[in-house]
Write a protein that binds this ligand. Structure first.
Ligand code: FE
Ligand code: FE
Ligand code: MG
Length: 167
């Protein structure tokens, strides 16, 4: 990264790179969890939910693109091996062992809630210190907030459908 661009970063670089790499690892795990879930999904509304999971997968991958770009710009190195993703990620990978729609939705809602916390923390750490990362974290956070809402509203629709079907 350019010298002046680096001078204006008011947070210790190793700490910033660690936070960025943690988020980066989470995004790859989120991408795979969504991508595979969309392939395996079973049950009512599986087409609508599967389409949303596929879209979210591409959006998580784009978050990884943004993070890798910023890490490299700061002179760091994105996690070099997928083996590192589990250790680095603050959010867990929920194995889609049960492909039922409601189970996948609940797993991914938990993942989004963890992502929201991750970007809130990144924003707090960079506030007034690294405007470029701060702004990127806000862009991603906005999308994670949208993801959580999309999934919770699908979960609500599914509940309504299932309970009405029982009457
Ligand atoms: Fe994401
Ligand atoms: Fe997300
Ligand atoms: Mg969506």
């Amino acid at each position: 990264m350019g010298t002046r661009g680096r001078e204006i970063v008011g947070i210790e670089l190793p700490r910033l790179l660690k936070l960025l790499n943690e988020a980066y690892a989470s995004e790859w795990l989120a991408y795979y969890q969504y991508w595979l879930g969309a392939k395996l999904i079973k049950g009512p509304m599986k087409d609508a939910v599967g389409a949303e999971l596929t879209l979210h997968a591409t959006e998580e991958l784009n978050h990884a693109v943004l993070l890798a770009g910023r890490i490299i710009q700061l002179g760091g190195e994105p996690a070099l091996s997928p083996k590192d993703w589990f250790d680095l990620s603050p959010c867990k990978y929920d194995t889609p062992e049960d492909p039922y729609v409601a189970v996948l939705l609940d797993q991914n809602i938990a993942g989004e809630q963890c992502a929201i916390t991750t970007y809130k923390n990144l924003m707090d750490a960079t506030k007034d210190k690294d405007m470029v990362t701060h702004n990127m974290a806000l862009t991603i956070l906005e999308q994670e907030v949208e993801h959580e809402e999309d999934l919770q509203s699908l979960r609500e629709d599914l509940d309504l459908m299932v309970s009405r079907g029982r009457r």
